[in-house]
Design a protein around this ligand. Sequence first.
Ligand code: NAD
Length: 237
Amino acid sequence: MNSIPQSVVALTGAGISAESGISTFRAADGLWENHPVVEVATPEGFDCNPPLVYEFYNQRRRQLLSDEIKPNPAHTALAKFEHEFNGSFLLVTQNVDNLHERAGSQNLLHMHGELLKMRCLNSEMVYDLRQDLNLDSECKCCRSPGNLRPHIVWFGEMPFHMNEINTALEACDIFIAIGTSGNVYPASGFYQKARIRKATTVELNLEATDSSFDEHIYGPASKVVPAYFEQLLRPSS
Ligand code: NAD
Protein backbone atom coordinates (compact mmCIF):
# COMPACT_ATOMS: atom_id res chain seq x y z
CA MET A 1 0.00 0.00 0.00
CA ASN A 2 1.51 3.39 -1.04
CA SER A 3 -0.85 5.78 0.82
CA ILE A 4 -1.44 6.07 4.57
CA PRO A 5 -4.37 3.81 5.56
CA GLN A 6 -7.29 4.99 7.74
CA SER A 7 -7.97 1.78 9.57
CA VAL A 8 -5.50 -0.97 10.47
CA VAL A 9 -5.98 -4.31 12.23
CA ALA A 10 -2.96 -6.37 13.30
CA LEU A 11 -3.17 -9.96 14.55
CA THR A 12 -0.23 -11.42 16.46
CA GLY A 13 0.63 -15.01 17.28
CA ALA A 14 3.24 -16.87 19.26
CA GLY A 15 5.99 -15.97 16.73
CA ILE A 16 6.10 -12.33 17.90
CA SER A 17 7.10 -13.47 21.39
CA ALA A 18 9.61 -16.12 20.27
CA GLU A 19 12.55 -13.69 20.40
CA SER A 20 11.48 -12.71 23.93
CA GLY A 21 12.16 -16.31 24.97
CA ILE A 22 8.63 -17.77 24.95
CA SER A 23 8.32 -20.95 22.89
CA THR A 24 5.82 -21.07 20.04
CA PHE A 25 3.16 -23.74 19.79
CA ARG A 26 4.50 -26.41 17.42
CA ALA A 27 1.44 -27.14 15.33
CA ALA A 28 3.31 -29.58 13.11
CA ASP A 29 3.70 -32.13 15.88
CA GLY A 30 0.80 -30.97 18.08
CA LEU A 31 3.08 -30.22 21.02
CA TRP A 32 3.14 -27.16 23.27
CA GLU A 33 6.27 -27.16 25.47
CA ASN A 34 6.48 -30.94 24.90
CA HIS A 35 2.88 -31.59 25.96
CA PRO A 36 0.19 -32.83 23.55
CA VAL A 37 -2.24 -29.88 23.25
CA VAL A 38 -5.17 -32.19 23.89
CA GLU A 39 -3.81 -32.73 27.43
CA VAL A 40 -3.13 -29.12 28.37
CA ALA A 41 -5.30 -26.94 26.12
CA THR A 42 -8.73 -28.55 25.98
CA PRO A 43 -11.65 -28.65 28.47
CA GLU A 44 -11.45 -32.46 28.30
CA GLY A 45 -7.78 -32.36 29.30
CA PHE A 46 -8.66 -30.18 32.32
CA ASP A 47 -11.54 -32.51 33.36
CA CYS A 48 -9.27 -35.52 33.02
CA ASN A 49 -6.20 -34.20 34.89
CA PRO A 50 -6.64 -30.79 36.57
CA PRO A 51 -3.29 -30.90 38.46
CA LEU A 52 -1.38 -31.36 35.18
CA VAL A 53 -3.21 -28.47 33.51
CA TYR A 54 -2.81 -26.16 36.52
CA GLU A 55 0.93 -26.94 36.65
CA PHE A 56 1.37 -26.40 32.89
CA TYR A 57 -0.01 -22.85 33.13
CA ASN A 58 1.74 -22.26 36.49
CA GLN A 59 5.05 -22.92 34.73
CA ARG A 60 4.16 -20.63 31.81
CA ARG A 61 3.09 -17.89 34.30
CA ARG A 62 6.25 -18.22 36.41
CA GLN A 63 8.36 -17.94 33.25
CA LEU A 64 6.41 -14.86 32.10
CA LEU A 65 6.94 -13.19 35.49
CA SER A 66 10.67 -13.96 35.53
CA ASP A 67 13.26 -11.25 34.81
CA GLU A 68 14.34 -12.99 31.60
CA ILE A 69 11.13 -12.35 29.67
CA LYS A 70 10.78 -8.86 28.20
CA PRO A 71 9.04 -7.28 25.19
CA ASN A 72 11.21 -7.26 22.06
CA PRO A 73 11.47 -4.59 19.31
CA ALA A 74 8.42 -6.05 17.50
CA HIS A 75 6.15 -5.46 20.52
CA THR A 76 7.62 -1.98 20.96
CA ALA A 77 7.10 -1.12 17.28
CA LEU A 78 3.38 -1.94 17.50
CA ALA A 79 2.96 0.24 20.60
CA LYS A 80 4.83 3.09 18.87
CA PHE A 81 2.63 2.73 15.79
CA GLU A 82 -0.53 2.93 17.93
CA HIS A 83 0.68 6.15 19.57
CA GLU A 84 1.77 7.87 16.35
CA PHE A 85 -0.92 6.70 13.93
CA ASN A 86 -3.79 9.13 13.29
CA GLY A 87 -6.29 6.55 12.05
CA SER A 88 -7.91 3.66 13.88
CA PHE A 89 -5.72 0.79 15.00
CA LEU A 90 -6.77 -2.43 16.72
CA LEU A 91 -4.26 -5.00 17.92
CA VAL A 92 -5.67 -8.51 18.35
CA THR A 93 -3.42 -11.12 19.92
CA GLN A 94 -3.71 -14.87 20.18
CA ASN A 95 -0.96 -14.74 22.79
CA VAL A 96 -1.66 -15.27 26.45
CA ASP A 97 1.48 -13.42 27.56
CA ASN A 98 1.42 -9.73 28.56
CA LEU A 99 4.28 -8.48 26.38
CA HIS A 100 2.12 -6.17 24.24
CA GLU A 101 0.78 -4.28 27.25
CA ARG A 102 4.26 -4.16 28.80
CA ALA A 103 5.51 -2.56 25.57
CA GLY A 104 2.76 0.09 25.83
CA SER A 105 -0.05 -1.16 23.56
CA GLN A 106 -3.48 -0.05 24.73
CA ASN A 107 -6.12 -0.83 22.14
CA LEU A 108 -5.49 -4.55 22.53
CA LEU A 109 -7.76 -7.60 22.61
CA HIS A 110 -6.58 -10.96 23.99
CA MET A 111 -8.79 -13.32 22.00
CA HIS A 112 -7.36 -16.47 23.65
CA GLY A 113 -7.29 -15.18 27.23
CA GLU A 114 -4.45 -14.24 29.55
CA LEU A 115 -1.98 -16.18 31.68
CA LEU A 116 -2.20 -13.54 34.41
CA LYS A 117 -5.93 -14.05 34.93
CA MET A 118 -8.13 -16.77 36.41
CA ARG A 119 -11.87 -17.38 36.22
CA CYS A 120 -14.46 -18.77 38.62
CA LEU A 121 -16.27 -21.77 37.13
CA ASN A 122 -19.47 -20.84 39.00
CA SER A 123 -19.78 -17.07 38.62
CA GLU A 124 -17.57 -16.52 35.51
CA MET A 125 -15.91 -13.68 37.44
CA VAL A 126 -12.37 -12.96 36.20
CA TYR A 127 -9.54 -12.08 38.60
CA ASP A 128 -5.90 -11.06 38.27
CA LEU A 129 -3.48 -13.88 38.99
CA ARG A 130 0.26 -13.74 39.67
CA GLN A 131 0.72 -16.82 41.84
CA ASP A 132 0.26 -20.55 41.21
CA LEU A 133 -3.21 -22.03 40.87
CA ASN A 134 -4.14 -25.52 42.08
CA LEU A 135 -7.10 -27.58 43.33
CA ASP A 136 -6.75 -26.00 46.80
CA SER A 137 -6.90 -22.41 45.51
CA GLU A 138 -9.89 -20.67 47.04
CA CYS A 139 -12.13 -18.56 44.85
CA LYS A 140 -12.69 -14.95 45.98
CA CYS A 141 -16.42 -15.06 45.27
CA CYS A 142 -17.37 -18.66 46.21
CA ARG A 143 -14.88 -18.88 49.07
CA SER A 144 -14.44 -22.55 48.21
CA PRO A 145 -11.55 -24.47 46.59
CA GLY A 146 -11.60 -26.22 43.21
CA ASN A 147 -13.70 -23.66 41.35
CA LEU A 148 -10.95 -21.73 39.58
CA ARG A 149 -9.48 -22.29 36.11
CA PRO A 150 -6.89 -20.44 34.03
CA HIS A 151 -8.56 -17.66 31.98
CA ILE A 152 -7.36 -19.27 28.75
CA VAL A 153 -9.47 -20.15 25.72
CA TRP A 154 -8.90 -23.84 25.10
CA PHE A 155 -9.41 -25.67 21.81
CA GLY A 156 -13.13 -26.15 21.26
CA GLU A 157 -14.06 -23.00 23.25
CA MET A 158 -15.29 -19.69 21.84
CA PRO A 159 -12.57 -17.00 21.64
CA PHE A 160 -13.21 -13.70 23.41
CA HIS A 161 -14.20 -10.36 21.80
CA MET A 162 -15.33 -11.86 18.48
CA ASN A 163 -18.00 -9.21 17.77
CA GLU A 164 -15.54 -6.37 18.24
CA ILE A 165 -12.90 -8.16 16.15
CA ASN A 166 -15.30 -8.92 13.30
CA THR A 167 -16.49 -5.30 13.20
CA ALA A 168 -12.91 -4.05 12.96
CA LEU A 169 -12.00 -6.61 10.28
CA GLU A 170 -14.96 -5.61 8.15
CA ALA A 171 -13.95 -1.92 8.34
CA CYS A 172 -10.17 -2.07 7.94
CA ASP A 173 -8.09 -1.03 4.89
CA ILE A 174 -5.17 -3.18 5.88
CA PHE A 175 -4.89 -6.39 7.87
CA ILE A 176 -1.48 -7.61 9.04
CA ALA A 177 -0.87 -11.07 10.52
CA ILE A 178 2.38 -11.34 12.49
CA GLY A 179 4.09 -14.53 13.69
CA THR A 180 1.09 -16.81 13.40
CA SER A 181 1.04 -20.18 11.66
CA GLY A 182 -2.58 -19.87 10.53
CA ASN A 183 -3.38 -23.24 12.09
CA VAL A 184 -5.74 -22.07 14.81
CA TYR A 185 -9.34 -21.24 13.86
CA PRO A 186 -11.00 -18.66 13.77
CA ALA A 187 -7.91 -16.39 13.70
CA SER A 188 -6.68 -18.28 10.63
CA GLY A 189 -9.69 -16.95 8.68
CA PHE A 190 -9.35 -13.25 9.66
CA TYR A 191 -7.49 -12.30 6.48
CA GLN A 192 -10.36 -13.63 4.36
CA LYS A 193 -12.90 -11.68 6.41
CA ALA A 194 -10.80 -8.49 6.02
CA ARG A 195 -10.76 -9.01 2.24
CA ILE A 196 -14.56 -8.79 2.01
CA ARG A 197 -14.21 -4.99 2.05
CA LYS A 198 -11.11 -5.28 -0.11
CA ALA A 199 -8.56 -4.68 2.62
CA THR A 200 -4.95 -5.34 1.69
CA THR A 201 -3.72 -8.38 3.61
CA VAL A 202 -0.11 -8.75 4.72
CA GLU A 203 1.79 -11.55 6.43
CA LEU A 204 4.95 -10.92 8.47
CA ASN A 205 6.43 -14.25 9.47
CA LEU A 206 9.71 -16.09 9.83
CA GLU A 207 8.74 -18.47 7.05
CA ALA A 208 5.96 -19.14 4.55
CA THR A 209 2.63 -20.48 5.82
CA ASP A 210 -0.24 -22.01 3.84
CA SER A 211 -2.27 -18.77 3.86
CA SER A 212 -2.32 -16.63 0.69
CA PHE A 213 -2.02 -12.97 1.72
CA ASP A 214 -1.57 -10.13 -0.79
CA GLU A 215 1.93 -9.46 0.55
CA HIS A 216 4.36 -11.72 2.40
CA ILE A 217 7.42 -10.42 4.23
CA TYR A 218 9.68 -13.02 5.79
CA GLY A 219 12.17 -12.55 8.60
CA PRO A 220 12.38 -12.41 12.40
CA ALA A 221 9.63 -10.27 13.95
CA SER A 222 12.17 -8.04 15.76
CA LYS A 223 13.43 -6.89 12.34
CA VAL A 224 10.47 -7.00 9.95
CA VAL A 225 7.79 -5.57 12.27
CA PRO A 226 9.61 -2.27 13.11
CA ALA A 227 10.53 -1.77 9.43
CA TYR A 228 7.04 -2.53 8.15
CA PHE A 229 5.16 -0.29 10.61
CA GLU A 230 7.61 2.59 10.12
CA GLN A 231 6.93 2.62 6.37
CA LEU A 232 3.18 2.41 7.08
CA LEU A 233 3.43 5.65 9.08
CA ARG A 234 5.81 7.35 6.63
CA PRO A 235 5.34 5.73 3.21
CA SER A 236 7.84 7.96 1.40
CA SER A 237 10.68 7.66 3.93
P1 NAD B 1 2.15 -21.03 16.24
O1 NAD B 1 3.10 -21.45 17.30
O2 NAD B 1 1.23 -22.04 15.66
O3 NAD B 1 2.98 -20.40 15.04
C1 NAD B 1 4.02 -19.50 15.28
C2 NAD B 1 4.41 -18.87 13.96
O4 NAD B 1 5.39 -17.90 14.25
C3 NAD B 1 5.01 -19.86 12.94
O5 NAD B 1 4.43 -19.63 11.68
C4 NAD B 1 6.50 -19.50 12.95
O6 NAD B 1 7.08 -19.65 11.68
C5 NAD B 1 6.46 -18.04 13.34
N1 NAD B 1 7.67 -17.57 14.02
C6 NAD B 1 8.49 -18.25 14.86
N2 NAD B 1 9.49 -17.47 15.29
C7 NAD B 1 9.29 -16.24 14.72
C8 NAD B 1 9.99 -15.01 14.75
N3 NAD B 1 11.10 -14.85 15.48
N4 NAD B 1 9.50 -13.98 14.04
C9 NAD B 1 8.39 -14.11 13.27
N5 NAD B 1 7.68 -15.26 13.19
C10 NAD B 1 8.13 -16.31 13.90
O7 NAD B 1 1.39 -19.76 16.85
P2 NAD B 1 -0.09 -19.25 16.74
O8 NAD B 1 -0.49 -19.20 15.31
O9 NAD B 1 -0.12 -18.02 17.57
O10 NAD B 1 -0.96 -20.37 17.48
C11 NAD B 1 -0.54 -20.85 18.74
C12 NAD B 1 -1.60 -20.92 19.81
O11 NAD B 1 -0.93 -21.26 21.03
C13 NAD B 1 -2.28 -19.61 20.06
O12 NAD B 1 -3.62 -19.86 20.23
C14 NAD B 1 -1.69 -19.07 21.37
O13 NAD B 1 -2.72 -18.69 22.27
C15 NAD B 1 -0.99 -20.23 22.00
N6 NAD B 1 0.40 -19.86 22.41
C16 NAD B 1 0.66 -18.63 22.97
C17 NAD B 1 1.96 -18.27 23.30
C18 NAD B 1 2.21 -16.90 23.91
O14 NAD B 1 1.32 -16.33 24.55
N7 NAD B 1 3.39 -16.29 23.72
C19 NAD B 1 3.00 -19.15 23.09
C20 NAD B 1 2.72 -20.41 22.54
C21 NAD B 1 1.41 -20.74 22.20
